[in-house]
Design a protein. Structure first.
Length: 355
């Protein structure tokens, strides 16, 4: 018997790499420090806004998220037509890539960086060009050198996932001066709210002077709404319009819009939590270094241990002791900053660990 016919698909899709998400925790007893989530549950005011929205789920949401856009516009001092919300900043990244790059084009980014980048780039048909980090940081000189006339978009993850390192204002400005004006530079600032180094630029300040710069932000990390899937781009009108043309209609649910708006209202309270995590990041970094670990300066809600071949063994030891961390092959382990108790747990395991 011949095999049943199979639908014809794009020939290159079956070979695409797949995103490997952090596993869900097997039980509440396990501390999940593997997905850069915010350990704190939604505030009562955010829950109340969502509850109010629940009774309306028979209706489609506002396709343009107009009220959320108005709130963001006021808070960021950015015109509403420069703002494009989407299904998490991941969804916005995908749509921006589709708006800018296709077959035969190149998309540049540092490596290692956010593991979704190569997958999203391949799915557009463009070719990812990965420029190795230098001393755990973006090598912006090498990235500028790698621009060709096929380069359409450059992703700069600042701070970088998974190393936590951030590029500084001067180096980023020099880089932007070298990049041709017709190449879109996307500053992925998923972790912006955790930055405490004043030399790390606010991407929105840079975007104001550069028509080819777009900024990505998310409600998933500092605002603690990862499961709701809402993020946004800030971009000049031609880019924002092209991005809107590539988005899935109604991609941001009404629940997500309501929770994001309530979170903006509750910003002072939420930023207090962020400050606790930033203080914990400093404490965890100090304690790990004191115990002999080499830890790059992190500006995000995680730290990076380049353990090379010891990576799988360390991740397994953590898991056996009840903490999930995120191993990347035989490169290193990324550990999310959790509550003080979770961080103590991790520090105990790291302190006891021997190669
Ligand atoms: N960018 C970076 C650098 C990230 O680390 C993440 C999440 N891991 C995202 C974007 C995606 O976030 P969101 O939940 O907004 O899709």
């Amino acid at each position: 018997m011949p095999p049943p016919p199979v639908p014809r698909l794009r020939a290159d899709v079956s070979g695409l790499p797949r995103y490997v998400p952090g596993r869900t925790a097997p039980s509440d007893l396990v501390d999940k420090l593997s997905s850069n989530e915010n350990p704190y549950p939604p505030l009562p005011s955010v829950l109340a806004a969502m509850r109010e929205e629940l009774g309306r789920v028979n209706r489609y949401p506002d396709a343009r998220s107009s009220e959320l856009v108005a709130d963001l516009s006021a808070g960021l001092a950015v015109p509403p037509e420069h703002l494009v919300p989407g299904t998490g900043s991941l969804g916005v990244t995908r749509d921006l890539l589709r708006a800018a790059a296709g077959d035969g084009d190149e998309v540049l980014f540092a490596w290692r960086s956010f593991e979704a980048y190569p997958l999203l780039v391949w799915a557009t048909g463009a070719t990812p060009v990965q420029i190795p980090l230098r001393e755990e940081r973006h090598d912006l000189e090498a990235m500028a050198d790698a621009v060709t006339d096929r380069t359409r978009l450059i992703l700069v993850c600042n701070p970088n996932n998974p190393t936590g390192t951030a590029v500084h204002r001067g180096e980023l400005k020099r880089f932007l001066d070298r990049v041709p004006d017709d190449v879109l530079v996307v500053l992925d600032e998923a972790y912006r709210e955790f930055v405490d180094d004043t030399d790390v630029p606010d991407g929105i300040a840079l975007y104001r002077d550069s028509p080819n710069v777009a900024v990505l932000r998310t409600f998933s990390k500092a605002y603690g709404l990862a499961r709701l899937r809402v993020g946004y781009a800030v971009a000049h009108p031609p880019v924002a319009a092209a991005l809107r043309a590539c988005t899935v209609p109604f991609g941001v649910s009404g629940l997500a819009q309501a929770a994001a708006r309530a979170s903006l209202k509750a910003e002072p309270e939420l930023m207090e939590r962020v400050q606790i995590l930033v203080a914990e990041r400093a404490r965890v970094t100090r304690a790990l270094r004191a115990a002999g670990w080499s830890v790059p300066v992190s500006q995000a809600n995680f730290v990076w241990l380049r353990l090379g071949p010891h990576t799988p063994a360390f991740a397994a030891a953590c898991e056996a002791a009840g903490v999930m961390v995120r191993p990347f092959g035989d490169e290193g382990v990324r550990i999310t900053i959790g509550t003080p108790e979770e961080n103590d747990h991790l520090l105990k395991i790291a302190g006891d660990w021997r190669v």
